[in-house]
Design a binder for this molecule. Structure first.
Ligand code: TTP
Ligand code: CA
Ligand code: CA
Length: 646
């Protein structure tokens, strides 16, 4: 039985709401509209997720000046990584091989992603680049992505904006919506004099919201899904005239803002975007794909229960992979409704898997208090990497790849230096691997150089390569993965460093040696379980393009650890590989800490502020293959392995 709160008195006592969804129908008071700043529990919260349509395809369309009605796909080697909407009408999808796609649609425009090969100082577009000698570059898409974000920020100075992936951003619209609400309904600025409850006085009844032309409003009672005659058994029909709330007014204002923002991006850059607008990040993301292509969808609180209940929970972004499967295995159910009907579910997961697991239960009830947080403009690390189709067998074959990687890194660093001229990395790191568990890394300080050239970077990389591999060409190397990266990339300190650069080559005496795992040790624990688990999801398969930021929460130190920017790695496999590497590197850190702890009393102990750094700087570019290894995580089964037991 559904009955939203009355606006008279406190209301709670007379409200009959499905207890699972109580959080969706709070009494909204003057405090919620007046007290700054609105936090994650504010019932007037409005969050949007904006995602570019067929992003790389749209970028290429714009670059080539091709009419958007023409079918176009973007290719990376044999695979398609972006398919525009006209091409989708031919049944072409990201899963298609590009040659099959051409058969389906002979007039298809096929653009291969730009690539670097040895000697290139900039990526080039080529029809048929060779994966044996070339590496892909996503720099153009990154730049376009930055332009979109810049428009968001310019148009919405009071909104918080968080880049969520190369073509997505979360926008917290709560503050701009509130400003507009007070502008439109000035009577909300003042608690009525006759009220004795001051700020906790419920707001007066809201006006009728205006939805026309603002997007797709998710219905309170969804119609049967396509191809089915009857409504899902999981839907509990609600009265169509569910009363309007002030949150509906807030959502409609938010939808107006998003409409304007998307129009501005289209006008300035030509990109179409789709958006989801709801009460939190999880729901905004979920509803963004409700009806995609140049549209936005709005999920009112009243529509949330019947939107979530019939949903196979494995369709939820961070439950799509192994965790979702573990839930299916554990409870033998597949929809949100079925799980919610297991009355013991909440207590059961919490008891068995610790407090962290409760976020799942909250999500199913439409609750997600994770914040929209702007990320630092500058990544602390940059990585150019290549999975080698043909392994490097001889030491003398390494430098040609190092030059390719160096060219990409230099272009990206110079790109940043155009905006932030003092940006400079502290360290250059080379990693060469036979497999995830068998690799070598070496790093050295990155001295100042003016001008910064690919040759300069390549020469340092070659020095590291020789230190790792030696000079003996007769020893077979079998290197299958190679990466060159900068760490400690800093915009602020650079002025000082550049001066130092004129006096010292390398690290000045007395200066602290550079650290290369700041991303691990600096990173704070996730702001909430949703954040941590949504990121963890990216380890598995998500297909939503979230490939430029990967992280996990370490079960030993509970720190969030980020994989370096994997921008040059487009496919899911590479993302998983990047995360795998980050895990190994972080394990090394603990390995070193464990060593330090084990040092016998009286012996000089290995002081570890950052384990990897100490090991490497001691000159032992230790093979990462571990026979003894750090104490491994106890083997957890089923859902348990997804949570840190407290
Ligand atoms: P998506 O937003 O997942 O997809 P899309 O923008 O191409 O299409 P849609 O309109 O459905 O949102 O990904 C954004 C870009 O990320 C995409 O254009 C290409 C790239 N990408 C990859 O390179 N590999 C991948 O596996 C995925 C999923 C995306
Ligand atoms: Ca997209
Ligand atoms: Ca996306």
């Amino acid at each position: 039985m559904f009955k939203p709160p009355s606006s008279k008195g406190k209301g709670r006592a007379e409200v009959v709401i499905d207890p699972d969804f109580e959080d969706l129908f709070p009494v909204i008071t003057y405090r919620h509209v007046l007290s700054p700043p609105p936090g994650a529990r504010n019932p007037l919260r409005v969050i949007a997720l904006c995602d570019s349509d067929a992003f790389y395809a749209a970028c290429e369309q714009g670059r080539l000046g091709i009419d958007p009605s023409r079918p176009l796909v973007v290719r990376q080697w044999e695979a398609l990584i972006a398919v525009n909407y006209p091409a989708r009408k031919y049944g072409i999808s990201r899963m298609s091989k590009w040659k099959d796609a051409l058969e389906k649609c002979p007039e298809l425009v096929v653009v291969h992603v730009a690539t670097y090969r040895e000697g290139d100082t900039e990526p080039q577009y080529r029809e048929n680049p060779d994966t044996q000698t070339h590496k892909i570059s996503l720099d153009f898409y990154r730049r376009e992505s930055m332009k979109i974000l810049a428009i968001f920020k310019e148009c919405l100075p009071s909104g918080e904006i968080e880049k969520a992936s190369i073509d997505e951003a979360f926008i917290d619209l709560t503050t701009p919506v509130r400003e507009e609400m007070l502008e439109r309904y000035p009577y909300l600025r003042q608690v009525p004099e006759e009220s004795s409850e001051s700020l906790d006085t419920p707001l007066p009844p809201p006006p009728t919201p205006f939805w026309d032309g603002l997007g797709n409003l998710v219905p309170i009672n969804p119609p049967p899904s396509e191809g089915e005659d009857t409504q899902s058994e999981h839907v509990r029909t609600l009265p169509e005239d569910v009363p309007i709330t002030w949150h509906d007014i807030a959502l409609s204002i938010g939808a107006e803002i998003m409409h304007g923002l998307r129009a501005e991006v289209r006008k300035q850059l030509g990109y179409t975007m789709s958006a989801g607008i709801s009460r939190n990040k999880f729901l905004a993301k979920l509803v963004a794909s409700y009806k995609k292509f140049d549209s936005q969808s709005i999920l009112r609180n009243a529509a949330i229960p019947n939107y979530l209940r019939p949903l196979p929970f494995q369709k939820i972004r961070f439950l799509g992979g192994k965790l979702g499967q573990a839930l299916v295995d554990e409870y033998s159910v597949s929809t949100v409704d079925e799980l919610m009907c297991l009355r013991m579910f909440a207590d059961d997961i919490q008891r068995r898997f610790g407090d962290e697991s409760i976020w799942i239960y909250e999500i199913f009830r439409g609750i997600d208090r994770s914040e929209v947080k702007e990320k630092a403009a500058l990544n602390k690390s940059m990585l150019a990497a290549k999975n080698l189709p043909q392994p490097i067998m001889k030491t003398s074959d390494g430098p040609s790849w190092l030059r390719v990687l160096a060219a990409e890194l230099v272009m990206r660093l110079n790109d940043i230096r155009e905006e932030l001229p003092l940006t400079w990395p502290k360290t250059i790191v080379l990693s060469a691997r036979k497999s995830y568990t068998d690799g070598k890394r070496k790093q050295c300080p990155f001295p100042f150089a003016n001008p910064l050239t690919a040759d300069f970077v390549a020469s340092l990389a070659e020095k590291l390569w020789k230190e790792i591999m030696g000079a003996d060409d007769s020893i077979p190397l079998n290197v299958r993965f190679i990466s060159l990266g900068f760490t400690g990339v800093d915009a602020g300190e650079a002025g000082q460093r550049s001066l130092e650069g004129f006096f010292h080559q390398g690290v000045p005496p007395g200066r602290k040696p550079p650290s290369n795992s700041k991303s691990a040790s600096d990173s704070k624990p996730a702001s909430g379980p949703i954040a941590s688990n949504s990121k963890r999801k990216r380890e598995t398969i998500d297909g939503d393009g979230e490939h430029d930021s990967l992280s996990f929460v370490c079960s030993r130190c509970h720190q969030r650890v980020s994989a370096p920017d994997t921008g040059s790695l487009g496919c899911e496999e590479s993302r998983v590989a990047a995360l795998g590497r980050a895990r190994m590197e972080h394990d090394d850190f603990h390995f070193a800490q464990d060593l330090a702890k084990k040092s016998a009393p009286g012996q000089p102990s290995l002081r570890v502020s950052d384990g990897r750094q100490q090991l490497e700087e001691s000159g032992s570019s230790r093979p990462l293959k571990r026979k003894k290894g750090p104490p491994s995580r106890p083997k957890e089964e089923g859902i348990a392995k997804f949570f840190v037991r407290k």
